[in-house]
Write a protein that binds this ligand. Structure first.
Ligand SMILES: [Zn+2]
Length: 434
């Protein structure tokens, strides 16, 4: 549980001297014999998992202060010129009037525009090379000789984008320096003592500019307190866990929809865009908090294999896409990977129909039955909440083969509450041992 994790981090923080002298692996080995008879609890959470450090790349997104907007807009117009030049050049090279065509690479494009930076006031050759590289990547990705034109002006203009190489962006006092221009960003202290990779300045639909920087960070992998959890991605509650925990992400932003509709009817385009951004941020925030909670709490995370694409073809589209399943899945996967968890996708057939207690297919079926909030199994008489029941089925479907401790060997599902009690006892023993 989270207390366990907090205790863990507090413990290491209180002993900086020890940490400084000994490598963390050694310290773990010293701690293990002290546990005495409790060593089998340590087997449950292998020591190598507890002390492993992992370098991960996360991206920072910092808002640029408004005084830089005009300069960035001008630079973005120049980037668009480079992009459009690359677009036409590549197309001409691929389909020439005579002879056979050539598929230009980013390297070829760089060679063709040597010295072009002299024609531009804002961007330099590094940015031009990054544009060429990005163009070549996207063209390969979409398998097209010509991509969409980037438009700098008018109602259909593209959102601004100015890429750069790591060396182009430098710290200078309280601001950042890029291509001869000083920028200030909000939350600049996040940039202290980090090394960044190639990033970009990007504009959002509202018109604000953001500095997007991939940075390397080291994360320590710790063991979670509880063992495993099944997650059912549903419509009514966005997610339900096999422990009976639910996330209703929708209510954080659904009421904004009416305000958006009103703003659109009145022709307040800018306000509508702003509201849409607010809604997206709230949903993101809720999903991030939820996925962090799950990853901190459980060691094995099992997710149903339902995709929002399947349901988006039905009349449930709006709810399916609103619930943000794709985002939650991605977040669980990368956060789980960084924390050393096992995140698995489990086949979801019959998980809504089967009773999680007796496995009889007595539950409600079909899309219309999604309205059912509670049902009673006709075989064993248990009362179920459909979402939690499905999550429990997913958990039992994804259970791994019997472990050393043997508490998972029964073919029937172990009731999740029992597992969590075990985990709590184990945590108690662990903290006593420590
Ligand atoms: Zn039953």
């Amino acid at each position: 549980m989270s207390e366990f994790l907090r205790g863990e981090s507090a413990g290491t923080a209180q002993r900086p001297g020890l940490r400084g002298k000994l490598p963390s692996r050694l310290k773990r080995n010293d701690a293990a014999p002290a546990g005495g008879g409790k060593t089998n609890f340590l087997h449950a959470h292998p020591a190598h998992l507890m002390s492993r450090k992992l370098t991960v790349v996360t991206s920072l997104r910092l808002k640029v202060k408004t005084e830089g907007y005009a300069w960035l807009a001008a630079a973005a117009a120049e980037v668009n010129q480079v992009w459009n030049w690359a677009n036409t050049t590549c197309h001409k090279a691929a389909y020439p009037f005579v002879g056979s065509g050539k598929w230009l690479s980013a390297y070829d494009l760089d060679g063709l525009c040597v010295g072009a930076s002299e024609c531009f006031e804002h961007i330099g050759s590094d940015t031009i090379q990054r544009v060429n590289a990005e163009f070549a990547t996207r063209r390969k990705q979409f398998k097209k000789s010509r991509l969409r034109w980037r438009v700098s002006r008018g109602a259909k203009r593209s959102l601004g984008w100015v890429p750069f190489k790591p060396a182009q962006l430098k710290r200078k006092g309280k601001s950042l320096r890029f291509s001869g221009k000083a920028f200030r960003v909000f939350e600049q202290d996040l940039l202290e003592e980090v090394t960044w990779k190639s990033g970009c300045f990007a504009q959002d639909a509202v018109g604000d500019w953001w500095l997007c920087l991939p940075v390397e960070k080291t994360r320590e992998q710790t063991a979670a307190a509880r063992e495993s959890v099944g997650l059912d991605l549903g419509l009514q509650e966005a997610v339900a866990t096999s422990d009976g925990d639910k996330l209703e992400a929708g209510h954080f932003y659904r009421h904004i929809e009416q305000t958006i509709a009103l703003a659109q009817r009145r022709g307040h385009k800018h306000r509508a865009k702003r509201l849409r951004r607010t809604a997206a941020r709230r949903r993101n925030d809720a999903l991030h908090k939820y996925s962090r909670k799950i990853v901190d709490r459980y060691q094995t995370i099992l997710i149903g294999d339902v995709t929002s694409l399947q349901l988006s073809k039905t009349r449930m589209t709006k709810f399916a896409l609103n619930a943000g399943w794709g985002m939650l899945k991605t977040q669980l996967q990368y956060k789980g990977q960084q924390a050393g968890r096992s995140v698995r996708i489990v086949k979801e057939s019959n998980t809504t129909r089967a009773c999680s207690s007796c496995k009889a297919l007595t539950g409600p079926t079909g899309l219309d039955m999604l309205a059912v909030r509670i049902w009673v199994c006709s075989e064993c008489g248990d009362t179920h909440d459909p979402d939690i029941n499905a999550a429990r089925n997913i958990l039992s479907a994804g259970r791994c083969p019997p472990s050393i401790r043997g508490n998972e060997s029964s073919p029937r599902a172990v009731p999740p509450s029992q597992t969590s009690i075990d985990a709590r006892l184990r945590v108690g023993a662990l903290t006593v041992a420590a």
